[in-house]
Design a protein around this ligand. Structure first.
Ligand code: ADP
Ligand code: MG
Length: 330
């Protein structure tokens, strides 16, 4: 997976003097699913405002049912929005549907592939659909890029889940869109393939493609994305550069393993949030902005504890996420 071409911005570029600041821009995006029969309408998106910077690796993070796929599917033209405004590469999805569609490649959450076509045929059909001239097609290059060079002529029903996912990625890239959207791409992909998928997507991003990734795996967003928006219940709970989001939680933990049983938290450590997890394990919680690690370590040393092991636990996205979700559903 190392064949990366810079995204082509074909007729899109010629119609825009400069590339837009925002690869995707949403204003008040609203979706209400109305049931055909009985049952309540579902307010899946409640006025989403979001700006996805050109060139970013942007994470849309939220629990199941948050509205991630609804948002993506509106961009993909698969779901009709109820209200609000969506622009892709500067083109309104209502006013300029052809251009906005050409600017984006979407790998949907559900894997839909015709089982009787081969990967090569699937990519060729997609290229035809997007009007990519024969001479500009790069089927072999794409197949190689997603590690399916030797599967070009196999029936897609014989491909594993991970291979299908990667074929979907190739399919989304056929028309060289400047924006690539991946909706929960890790589902059903084993760890090894996941690594190569991320490697390829990272290379695309480095070569200039804006990546929008949805996930409910916090570690994934934390590791990959430079900016993260958290959505819950159809509302944006946070949107910040990843380090800023992580920095918001000013809390660290030191886990101490002791060589003998302890009944009480030592006097000198009570000024931190210290807790005896069990007789041989102590967790010291402190705020890096207030308490310097040296002071904390000094206090531990002065307490005279015999420590056999020490580990730290940084606040991760999980904590922030739970905090924000609690706050936004309160
Ligand atoms: P996510 O991708 O974050 O898991 P979705 O966008 O799939 O969330 O769903 C958001 C909400 O909208 C959920 O409550 C879901 O049940 C509801 N929903 C999604 N698609 C439909 C649909 N076609 N009809 C009715 N409700 C839907
Ligand atoms: Mg979804």
């Amino acid at each position: 997976m190392n064949v990366v071409a810079a995204p082509r911005k074909p007729d899109i570029e010629s119609q825009k003097p400069t590339a837009p600041d925002w690869a995707v821009e949403l204003k008040g995006l609203t979706k209400i699913y109305r049931p055909t029969g009985k049952g309540a309408a579902k307010h899946a998106l409640k006025g989403i405002d979001l700006q996805i910077p050109r060139g970013s690796f942007f994470g849309l993070l939220g629990p199941n049912g948050a509205g991630k796929s609804t948002l993506i599917n509106i961009l993909a033209g698969l779901v009709i929005k109820t209200a609000g405004d969506a622009r892709i590469w500067g083109f309104g999805i209502d006013e300029r549907p052809r251009q906005s569609r050409a600017a984006i490649g979407v790998v949907p959450q559900e894997l839909v592939l015709d089982p009787f076509f081969t990967p090569r045929e699937i990519l060729d059909l997609q290229a035809g659909l997007y009007g990519v001239p024969k001479a500009e097609r790069r089927t072999d290059e794409l197949l190689a890029a997603v590690g399916l060079a030797d599967k070009g002529n196999a029936y897609s029903r014989t491909l594993s889940g991970g291979m299908r996912r990667r074929l979907m990625v190739a399919k989304a890239l056929v028309h060289r869109p400047p924006v690539l959207v991946l909706d929960e791409p890790t589902a059903g992909v084993d760890i090894e393939l996941r690594q190569s998928l991320w490697k390829y997507v990272r290379e695309l991003n480095r070569a200039g493609t804006t990546i929008l990734l949805t996930t409910h795996y916090l570690e994934e967003a934390q590791e990959l994305c430079d900016t993260i928006a958290i959505i819950n219940n159809g509302v944006v709970a946070a949107c910040e550069p990843t380090p800023a989001l992580l920095g918001r939680m000013d809390r660290k933990e030191l886990w101490l393993t002791l060589d003998r049983d302890l009944a009480l938290v030592p006097e000198g450590l009570t000024r931190y949030h210290t807790e005896l997890v069990d007789r041989r394990r102590l967790v010291v919680r402190y705020q890096p902005s207030r308490d310097h690690i040296n002071e904390v370590l000094g206090a531990i040393q002065q307490s005279g504890l015999a420590i056999t092991d020490l580990s730290t636990n940084e606040t991760d996205l999980e904590d922030i996420f739970l905090q924000l979700v609690r706050a936004s559903s309160a």
